[in-house]
Design a protein around this ligand. Structure first.
Ligand code: XMP
Length: 527
C-alpha cells in the first residue's frame, strides 16, 4: 500500500496549492510564487505540459500565466493548456501571459522589433478602474511599473475592456485588460517585480479578493497537520526512513522523531553513490534530526547492477532495485512495517506518477516493498515549503538551505560510459575540488544546485610530450525555488579559469565544459 499524504489530488485531507502558476518561460516566475507566499497563499509553478497533467486531478482557485522571453507571434510559441479557457477559474495573464490570452481569444498582438519597453515606465489607469477588482485600493490614476516586453496588444479580444494604457499616446497598446464575464485579467507589466508600485496589492487583489483564496501557508500549521496525519497512518507500528541528510529526509525525520521515539529508525545506505566526506556530514545532520542508524554497503552490488548499461532510465531503475532490496532487509531486521519517504510533489510529477510523461524515475517514487506500507507525508509540498518547515522545526540554517543531491547520486552523473569504481573515484575527487572552489568564490551559495558530472566523451590533448585522450568534466549550476523550472547559473569568468586550470592538473581529465541552459528545456541533472 502506498499512502501519499498531501497528495496532489482532490479529496485528500492536506490541501493542494490554491494557485497554479503556469511558467511560460519568464525569469520572474519564481517572484510570483514568492509574492503569493508573502500574503500566505501556496502556489505550484508548473510548465504547460505538467500543468495540464496536474489539472486533471486538481482544481485551483486561480491560475496565473507568467511572462516569457518568447513572442506569441513565433512559429511555435509556449502555450498554456487549452482547458484553462473553459475551466471557469479566474486567470491573470502577466506580460506574455496577457498577450497569449489576447491573441488566443481573438485580439491582436504586434511584434515591434527594436521598439520594446524595458524597465520602469508610467502607466495610466482608466477612471472606472475601481470597478475592476484587480486595481482596487490604488488611489492615483497612474502607476510606475516594471515592463519588459517587445510585443504589444493593439486590439482587445471581444468582451474585454482596457483598464490601463501606456504613458504616452504615441505608444499604442494595452497595459491592462479585463473581462469580468470570462473571469480573465491581463497586465502587460510585472506586478511581481519589486520596482512595480503597488504590485503586491494587484496580486493580492487577484488571489484574495477576486479568486477568494484563503491564507493556507503557515509552516506551523502545516507541520502539525502533516505530523498528525502521518501518525494516524503509522498507528502503533514501527517505521523506517531512508536518511540522505538532505533537507527533505532531515525535516521529515525531525518532524516525526519526537512523536515516534524508538519506533522510528533512520538509515543511510552508502552504496558508493555518495560524494567525498558525505557520510560524515550525514552523521552530523542526523544528530540535529534526533535519530540515526547508519548502514554502509559495499558499492559492488550497485556498480555490478549498473555496469552494463548506458541508458539513464535503466540505470535509475536498476539502482532502485538494489536500493529497495537492501532497504527491505533492513526494515525487516528492525521490525518496521511502514516506510516513510521524503519525496516531494515534483518527484511524483516528473516520475509520471500524476498522469503525465515520465521525465525521470526518481529513486523513491513507484517503489514497491514486500510487506511494507509506504507513506509520503511531503508528497504535496515543494522544496521551498520543506525548507520553511525545517526552519520552523529549528533545524540549523545550513540544513534548511542545503542543495539537493539525487538519490542515485554519482551513478547518474557518469554519463555515456558504464559506471566503474575508477570513474566513481575520479568524479568524487573532481566534485570535491569544484565544490571547494565555488564555495570559496561565493558562487556555490548563489546556486540552488551544483551538478558536476563525468561526461565520458574523450577529447584529445597534449600532456608533456605526449597525446592524451580523456573524458570531460561537466559543470552546471541552476537557480530555482522549486526545481520544476530554473535558470542556468553563469559562473564568473575568473572562477571558470581557476576551475579549468585546477581540474586539468588531473591527468585523467581531458576537458572541462560549462552548461548554462535553463530548465526547461534542459534538466538539472544530465540523466
Ligand atoms: P531534474 O534533473 O529533474 O532534477 O531537473 C530535479 C531535482 O531532483 C533531483 N533528482 C533526484 N532526487 N532522487 C532524488 O532524490 C532521484 O532519483 C533524483 N533525480 C533527480 C535533482 O538532483 C534536482 O535537485
Amino acid at each position: 500500500m502506498v499512502i501519499g499524504l498531501g497528495e496532489l489530488q482532490k479529496g485528500q485531507t492536506m490541501k493542494a496549492p490554491q494557485v497554479l502558476i503556469i511558467n511560460l518561460g519568464s525569469q520572474y516566475t519564481d517572484l510570483i510564487d514568492r509574492s503569493l507566499r508573502d500574503f500566505g497563499v501556496r502556489s505550484a509553478i508548473l510548465p504547460p505540459a505538467r500543468a495540464n497533467d496536474w489539472l486533471r486531478s486538481n482544481t485551483p482557485k486561480a491560475i496565473i500565466l507568467s511572462g516569457s522571453d518568447a513572442s506569441v507571434n513565433d512559429p511555435d510559441p509556449p502555450a498554456p493548456p487549452e482547458v484553462i479557457l473553459t475551466a471557469d477559474i479566474p486567470i491573470l495573464g502577466i506580460c506574455y501571459g496577457m498577450q497569449w490570452l489576447a491573441k488566443r481569444l481573438g485580439g491582436q498582438v504586434i511584434s515591434r522589433t527594436g521598439k520594446g519597453n524595458y524597465g520602469r515606465t508610467e502607466i495610466h489607469l482608466t477612471h472606472d478602474y475601481f470597478d475592476q477588482g484587480l486595481l482596487d485600493g490604488l488611489l492615483a490614476n497612474w502607476l510606475v511599473v516594471h515592463a519588459s516586453h517587445g510585443d504589444v496588444v493593439t486590439h482587445l479580444p471581444p468582451g474585454f475592456t482596457r483598464i490601463a494604457w501606456p504613458e504616452t499616446s504615441t505608444t499604442a497598446g494595452v497595459m491592462a485588460m479585463v473581462s469580468s464575464e470570462r473571469k480573465m485579467w491581463g497586465v502587460q507589466f510585472h506586478p511581481e517585480v519589486h520596482e512595480t508600485q503597488h504590485g503586491s496589492t494587484i496580486l493580492s487583489n487577484f488571489v484574495l479578493r477576486i479568486a477568494g483564496c484563503e491564507k493556507d501557508w503557515n509552516p506551523r500549521n502545516l507541520a502539525d497537520e502533516i505530523r498528525e496525519e502521518t501518525l494516524h497512518v503509522i498507528g502503533d507500528r514501527n517505521a523506517i526512513i531512508g536518511f540522505s541528510g538532505g533537507v527533505d529526509s532531515t525535516t521529515l525525520t525531525a518532524l516525526m522523531a519526537p512523536s515516534l521515539g524508538n519506533r522510528l529508525r533512520a538509515v543511510t545506505i552508502d552504496g558508493g553513490q555518495l560524494r567525498e566526506g558525505e557520510i560524515l556530514q550525514i552523521i552530523e545532520t542526523a544528530k540535529s534530526a534526533g535519530v540515526f542508524d547508519r548502514h554502509s554497503m559495499a558499492s559492488a552490488p550497485f556498480v555490478r547492477a549498473l555496469s552494463d548499461t548506458l541508458d539513464a532510465e535503466e540505470k535509475r531503475k536498476r539502482f532502485r532495485v538494489v536500493y529497495r532490496d537492501a532497504f527491505q532487509t533492513l526494515a525487516r531486521g528492525y521490525g518496521a512495517s511502514v516506510v516513510m519517504q521524503g519525496s516531494l510533489a515534483p518527484d511524483f510529477i516528473e516520475s509520471g506518477a500524476t498522469g503525465g510523461a515520465n521525465i525521470a524515475s526518481h529513486h523513491n517514487v513507484g517503489l514497491t516493498f514486500d510487506g511494507l506500507d509506504q507513506v509520503h507525508p511531503f508528497r504535496g509540498l515543494f522544496k521551498y515549503e520543506v525548507r520553511a518547515l525545517g526552519q520552523e522545526l529549528g533545524l540549523p540554517a545550513d540544513i534548511c538551505t542545503r542543495q539537493p543531491f539525487p538519490g542515485p547520486g554519482l551513478f547518474v552523473r557518469i554519463v555515456g560510459a558504464p559506471v566503474t569504481e575508477e570513474r566513481l573515484a575520479l568524479l568524487r575527487l573532481v566534485d570535491r575540488d569544484v565544490t571547494y572552489i565555488l564555495q570559496a568564490s561565493g558562487e556555490y551559495q548563489q546556486m540552488s544546485q551544483l551538478v558536476v558530472a563525468l561526461l565520458c566523451v574523450n577529447t584529445a590533448g597534449v600532456r608533456g610530450d605526449g597525446r592524451s585522450y580523456k573524458p570531460t568534466i561537466a559543470i552546471r549550476g541552476l537557480v530555482t525555488s522549486d526545481f520544476m523550472t530554473g535558470r542556468g547559473f553563469q559562473i564568473k569568468e575568473e572562477t571558470r579559469r581557476k576551475l579549468t586550470r585546477t581540474l586539468l592538473r588531473n591527468p585523467e581529465v581531458g576537458n572541462v565544459g560549462y552548461f548554462e541552459a535553463d530548465k526547461p528545456p534542459c534538466r538539472t541533472e544530465f540523466e
